[in-house]
Design a binder for this molecule. Sequence first.
Ligand code: SAM
Ligand code: SF4
Length: 342
Amino acid sequence: MNAAGGPADAAIRRGGPLLDRFGRQHTYLRVSVTDRCNFRCVYCMPAEGLSWMPKAELLTYEEIGRLAGVFAALGVQKVRLTGGEPTVRADIEALVRAIAAHPGLRDLAMTTNGHNLERLAPRLAAAGMSRVNISIDSLDPARFARLTRGGELARVLRGIEAARAARLLPIKLNAVVIGGENDDEVLDLVEYARERAPEVELRFIEYMPFDARWHQSVPSATLRQRIGARYTLRPLPREGAAHGPARSYLVEGTALRVGFISALSEHFCATCNRLRLQSDGHLRTCLAHDDTPSLRDLLRAGADDLALAEAIRAMVMQKPEGHEAQLQGGVPFEGVMTRIGG
Ligand code: SAM
Ligand code: SF4
């Protein structure tokens, strides 16, 4: 039944790459493994009143592992585990092992808030994880605790060192910048990352306004100007689409690469190669498109790998051309990022 290298795998591969109507090829899958989190970041979750998805509705590890095999046969090369916080799901290494077993997957990564990484980094590396992205929006302990509603900065910093020691490299540090909240720390974050480069890279993520209370998005051009006051930023050639949407620069005179991800001001829909498997099994082909059928229901109804692959191809064909207008108009906030997986 599993697609890893069997006859179904070959049949799926014969169908060619995973293309949409606009000719975009999909090689990157983000998997939200849980909607739960040990933080409540102000831009991501409300402080309280969240209802978690019942366990029975979550994809099991076996289901995710099997779907990963089907996606690999469809040409997906890179898988990223995210959430919610992936490290709060029990025995996450078991899932890493199940996914890493599939031939064809070249890159298995995770996006994490780093709170549990000191303990988990060596285990993730041993299970087959290639590298991690770690979110860190402030280097000030009190502000960090306020932005994450309870996160302990020192613990995350230890998590970063543990990931370095486990060679989960390069580590991309992700900082969401909110005007009036942490935009005065842009250069501090650059210094912190510069001291650890090239093992560490830094990316500034433009805040997406899921909640009107946190609307002070800082355009990437402004961030580049601020860094430009101290350093020269040399544009790096755009990497292939499989490497993601960041515009990358080398901080001249250092080994540090800095990226800017601007879903709003410099949106990257035209080269989008990503798909999002939600924790409930829905395949989200675009941030702003949420009415795709559930792969979990198909799996649980007994679909074989070939049928799953055909269903995935059909969903990808329905992927819209872009999301900019929809995001500007607002997307329902509660639980959006955590279920979709950021
Ligand atoms: N819990 C993990 C973490 O924080 O890294 C993984 C999930 S989190 C939803 C994935 C990424 O989405 C994080 O880097 C987070 O900063 C980012 N994110 C969450 N809400 C956002 C928003 N409203 N705008 C932009 N980025 C956001
Ligand atoms: Fe949790 Fe990540 Fe969302 Fe913060 S951004 S609340 S750590 S899922």
